[in-house]
Write a protein that binds this ligand. Structure first.
Ligand code: ZN
Length: 291
């Protein structure tokens, strides 16, 4: 089971959330038949979005992350509920790119850098809270770090990683977001930076370890105290009713056209690929109801 751990240093200046997210990313891979580079791009985004969801205080709130970098993968979308349960998709799940010179998946080229990372928090009010920043590298962790600093004015560091096995399944997926509270002394910032540099890639830590090891290593020497642990999962909330409402929104004309084709209409959920089938009579009923 995947898990998010939240911890704080004894002096209260630094907070961290760390996730072990292998099962979430593996389910995403299976739902969407993701290529390795798509697994890495969506997997990193799902891990970060799950952490943001876990931090929401309102029960019915959701957070949506959209990354539009102009690269061949198209848009990367992830949505989390307020318990960190997350879902997502990419526009082009099968893209394949050469590895980078260092042998790593080239997420930056897949995502692109000509665009934005947008975080939208829907707290059940009239309008969602939306923040957006330009992409820095398309590698996602750096883009989130930049987002926190620029859009939310929080000193932060973010690490995200997905390791794809030779059979294309997900070997491990992990991430952390560490935030400095106002007034944190520079020496603490230096210490965190040096801890992160010494730790190396998050997937190396998670290969034989857990989210606890991420907390321990990022906050080494700072006496972290665990505040909460929560199990998280890939969770889609689609239903026939929701799909029906989406169908309504395409308009009477399009619905009538669909009904007159005489064939069943099949609608896929974007997040879990579940297929919902509607007969011409059902489509006609939706069209009538939308009048
Ligand atoms: Zn679904």
């Amino acid at each position: 089971m995947d898990e998010i751990i939240r911890a704080v240093t004894k002096d209260g200046f630094i907070k961290i959330s760390a996730i072990s997210g292998r099962n979430i990313v593996e389910r995403a891979r299976q739902f969407h038949n993701l290529s390795p580079v798509a697994s890495a791009a969506l997997g990193r985004t799902l891990c970060a979005t799950s952490i943001l969801g876990d931090l929401l205080k309102e029960e019915d709130a959701t957070v949506t992350v959209r990354i539009n970098g102009g690269g061949p993968i198209g848009s990367v979308i992830a949505v989390s509920d307020s318990s960190g349960n997350v879902r997502g998709y990419v526009q082009n799940p099968h893209i394949d790119l050469p590895l980078k010179a260092n042998g790593k998946l080239d997420v930056g080229s897949a995502v692109g850098t000509m665009g934005t990372l947008t975080v939208s928090r829907d707290l059940g009010l009239k309008e969602p809270y939306i923040g957006s920043t330009a992409l820095v590298s398309g590698e996602i962790a750096e883009d989130f770090t930049y987002y926190f600093v620029e859009s939310e004015q929080v000193g932060a560091a973010c690490g995200l990683g997905v390791l794809v096995d030779t059979d294309l399944s997900i070997r491990c997926a992990a991430g952390f977001i560490v935030a400095l509270l106002p007034g944190a002394p520079n020496s603490l910032i230096d210490q965190i930076e040096s801890n992160i540099a010494q730790m190396g890639p998050v997937t190396e830590v998670l290969k034989d370890g857990s989210a606890d090891d991420l907390v321990r290593l990022v906050l080494a020497g700072l006496e972290p105290e665990v505040l909460s642990r929560r199990q998280v999962d890939y969770r889609c909330y689609c239903s026939r009713d929701r799909i029906l409402r989406a169908l309504e929104s395409i308009g009477k004309e399009a619905l009538d056209e669909l009904a007159e084709s005489g064939e069943n209409a099949e609608v896929n959920c974007q997040f879990c690929n579940k297929i919902y089938t509607f007969t011409p009579d059902e489509i006609r009923a939706i069209s009538t109801a939308s009048e």
